[in-house]
Write a protein that binds this ligand. Structure first.
Ligand code: NAD
Ligand code: TYD
Length: 351
């Protein structure tokens, strides 16, 4: 196995922490540099178990700072990048779009420009892997799936900023020949997800018997993938993906929000020893999210055919493990829901 110095960005966040853990543990010959600003979504606790590993290095810093990024490439002779750092929550992008544009668009441009300069057009043995979302494709009607050929049609400032970053990465490939890979994944769930996203927010609210805020008619559909299966797919794409290509990653697992919420309520009735139906009484329909995409669903046929990937965990099993993780990590949850989170929650949902 070749030695590599891999810069993984956003490795203290939800998906990034699972990717960093996997690379540090599976590839002891690689030096892993985890660059993260530790925003509200970044939490060093997420990667506590690997912080003393000899091939792991943490760098606190901002991808919006080009001079700083250039320095990281030089000081650590970075050979490859797996880029996950981003502002990632749609609702926050509606309240404050500019930080999304700065981090997701400019941050990505800074990273790929620094890679281009450091690798000096000698592309052999280098790779810039950009981790993106299915939200760039926009919204589906009742039928059909997003393929790698689906036209980009983003609607929220979040998805528009991710779409822009995908275009920049492709432009560096097409213009300079820089070796890139992009994957677009569906909604992830699992341990360590910040409780602003649907599943951890609702688990936390159920525990505390708080209202479960369902946007609009609750009939919006998402395709859910267990986060560790995403990390496995990223590992595979990084090592076996064909340079210049895009791979869609998804769970073949569509759920209407309200059906998923009812399932969550019912599992948690049992786990918390509450009478069947008690948690569902917390369901509260509230005003819809502006520009809310009706349905996302991924055709993950290409990564399955070409790289042999498919989800390893069923939704029932993954959801069960996820709920258990949040119940067993009440301290993690209470730490991340104190302070700034309270202000965010009140602004979004009222007191
Ligand atoms: P997250 O919000 O949990 O984590 C983002 C991480 O990026 C945090 O650790 C944060 O501190 C860091 N970060 C933010 N701004 C930074 C900056 N300016 N400089 C350095 N670090 C910064 O996000 P996530 O859900 O883990 O998503 C990771 C990536 O995967 C994102 O690019 C996202 O678009 C993509 N993605 C997410 C999902 C999903 O369901 N969560 C699905 C598909 C793709
Ligand atoms: P979310 O987890 O924010 O992911 P995304 O918007 O990126 O798909 O939301 C998943 C779905 O759940 C989406 O249709 C919006 C809906 N939702 C609610 O109904 N209530 C909530 O409080 C949240 C956070 C999301």
């Amino acid at each position: 196995m070749t030695n590599k110095n891999i810069l993984i960005t956003g490795g203290a966040g939800f998906i990034g922490s699972h990717v960093v853990r996997r690379f540090v543990n599976e590839y002891p010959d690689y030096q892993i540099f985890n660059l993260d600003l530790l925003t509200y979504a970044g939490n060093p606790e997420n990667i506590k178990d690997i912080e003393r590993k000899p091939n792991y290095h943490f760098i606190k810093g901002d991808i919006r700072d080009l001079a700083f990024i250039r320095n990281i490439f030089v000081e650590n002779n970075i050979t490859d990048v797996i880029h996950l750092a981003a502002e990632s929550h749609v609702d926050r992008s509606i309240t404050d779009p500019f930080v999304f544009i700065q981090t997701n668009v400019m941050g990505t441009a800074n990273l790929i420009q620094a890679a281009r300069e450091h690798w000096e057009e000698k592309w052999d043995g280098h790779l810039f892997y950009h981790v993106s979302t299915d939200e760039v494709y926009g919204a589906l009607g009742a039928t059909g799936l997003f393929t790698e050929e689906t036209r980009y049609d983003p609607h929220s400032p979040y998805s528009a900023s991710k779409a822009s970053s995908d275009h920049i990465v492709r432009a560096y490939h097409d213009t300079y020949g820089l070796p890139v890979l992009i994957s677009n994944c569906s909604n992830n769930y699992g341990p360590n997800q910040f409780p602003e996203k649907l599943i951890p927010l609702f688990i936390n609210n159920i525990v505390h018997r708080k209202p479960l805020p369902v946007y609009g008619d609750g009939l919006y559909t998402r395709d859910w993938l267990y986060v560790i299966d995403h990390a496995i797919a990223i590992d595979l794409v990084f090592h076996k993906g064909k340079t210049g290509e895009t791979y869609n990653i998804g769970g073949f697992n569509e759920w209407k929000n309200i059906d998923l919420i009812r399932l969550l309520c019912s599992i948690m009735d049992k786990k918390l020893g509450r009478p069947e139906g008690e948690n569902a009484q917390l369901i509260t329909y509230i005003k819809d999210r502006p520009g809310h995409d009706r349905r996302y669903a991924i055709d993950a046929g290409k990564i399955n055919r070409e790289l042999g990937w498919k989800p390893s965990v069923t939704f029932e099993h993954g959801l069960d493990k996820t709920i258990d993780w949040y119940l067993e990590n009440a301290e993690w949850l209470s730490r991340v829901t104190s302070g700034e989170y309270r202000n965010y929650y009140e602004e979004m949902y009222g007191k």
